[in-house]
Design a binder for this molecule. Structure first.
Ligand code: 6PG
Length: 241
């Protein structure tokens, strides 16, 4: 049985991040009311950079646990670091306690050990589902987190977090796996730009490419996208706000 994602389209990225921020604030309040905490995995890449400042307010981060969907194999102060991007745009300005933030030890020469430690941190003291909300992006090739086409991480059915070779990027990455992301209470994608339109259509309409397995899962999936990113979607799937 497959689910149908809720696709929310805003004309511009600026309007889109406001819509997505309001949704995430509401999800945080609901999780805290239900379970006393909010466990979120943040997306990396460049698209969330405009969203995170909007989350400095309106979420009681003192009662949250913040994970990252994936990370590049770089130190935390590297310009390529997803952690650094989140630290600069949200974690530091919102004075989120470091104890509430679970960073990948991506500078570790032994990335497999770093992935096992991340798995242990993700599951410490809680039962599945491990996340209340997974925030994800989408690459032009249909990858999400660091689940890239043709890589070994796509076949992972047991591990919750792995290190993976990504030959097309000439690097290794750390990523949460399908069991973790498909198993999250809720998944939100944030996707902007014309360069993502073909991948969006392939993922949503055709149901292939790595992100599709998450998009068509049964539990709630919301895709927040701007009009250019949605421009190749079949009309039936588009819902204007
Ligand atoms: C990463 C991300 C990745 C990202 C997409 C989209 O570390 O790169 O987690 O999955 O979400 O590549 O990236 P942009 O937002 O930069 O287009």
């Amino acid at each position: 049985m497959s689910g149908t994602p809720n696709i929310v389209i805003d004309p511009t990225p600026a309007e889109l991040v406001e819509t997505a921020a309001a949704h995430i604030r509401a999800a945080a309040s609901a999780a805290m009311a239900a379970r006393g905490t909010f466990r979120i995995a943040l997306a990396g890449g460049s698209t969330p950079r405009a969203l995170y400042p909007l989350l400095r307010e309106g979420v009681d981060w003192s009662r949250a646990r913040i994970f990252f969907g994936d990370e590049r194999a770089v130190p935390p102060d590297d310009a390529q670091s997803n952690y650094r991007m989140a630290r600069e745009t949200l974690l530091d300005p919102a004075r989120i306690p470091a104890a509430n933030v679970v960073r990948w030890r991506a500078e570790d020469p032994d990335l497999d050990a770093a992935a096992r430690d991340y798995e242990a941190a993700l599951t410490a003291g809680v039962a599945a589902p491990w996340l209340d909300l997974a925030l994800l992006g989408l690459g032009p090739d249909g990858h999400t987190a660091s689940l890239f086409p043709g890589t070994s991480a796509l076949a992972e059915e047991d591990r919750l977090a792995v290190a993976v070779d990504v030959p097309q990027m000439g690097t290794r990455r750390l990523t949460l796996t399908y069991p973790t992301l498909v198993g999250a209470r809720e998944v939100c994608f944030l996707v902007t730009g014309k360069d993502k339109a073909v991948a969006m259509a392939a993922v949503v309409d055709a149901g292939h490419l790595p992100a599709a397995r998450i998009v068509r899962r049964v539990a709630p999936v919301t895709i927040f996208c701007d009009a250019p990113a949605a421009s190749a979607l079949r009309r039936t799937k588009r819902q204007e706000p």
